[in-house]
Write a protein of this length. Structure first.
Length: 129
């Protein structure tokens, strides 16, 4: 991100792409910007699969997840919402997909999500900025 980028959820920025550097854009498109979160998985703060963590200022997302109990799940590097639309989804749709994951969580679903994530990342599918 460029210096001076507002501290805000990406979906709330009027033109998110204008805040990316060339290297940042490439890291985002390739999903390599997620690699530091492997540390969070190693120390147990995250799972490979689960709802993506919310930013502290994503009050709408946090409220909707809390109402449905999704906030009880450990956040993940990837999730059902990510393989079903990623950045292209509105917040309420992401929460609906996170809730589906809560209700249907299983090792088989996790494997499916991991496989679909690999395919999505390879195609840079679902990244809007």
């Amino acid at each position: 991100m460029k210096l001076g980028t507002p501290i805000s959820a990406t979906h709330l920025l009027p033109d998110p792409g204008s805040h990316l550097t060339l290297v940042g854009g490439w890291l985002r498109k390739s999903s390599l910007d997620e690699l530091p979160q492997l540390w969070n998985i190693l120390i147990g703060d995250m799972n490979f699969v689960g709802p993506r963590p919310a930013l502290y200022n994503q009050d709408d997302l946090i409220a909707m997840r809390t109402k449905l109990g999704v906030h009880q799940l450990t956040p993940g590097l990837t999730g059902w919402a990510q393989v079903n639309g990623r950045d292209e989804l509105p917040i309420d749709e992401k929460v609906r997909l996170d809730f589906f994951y809560l209700l249907n969580k299983s090792p088989l679903l996790d494997f499916k999500i991991l496989w679909l994530t690999i395919l999505k990342v390879a195609k840079s599918d679902g990244i809007s900025h």
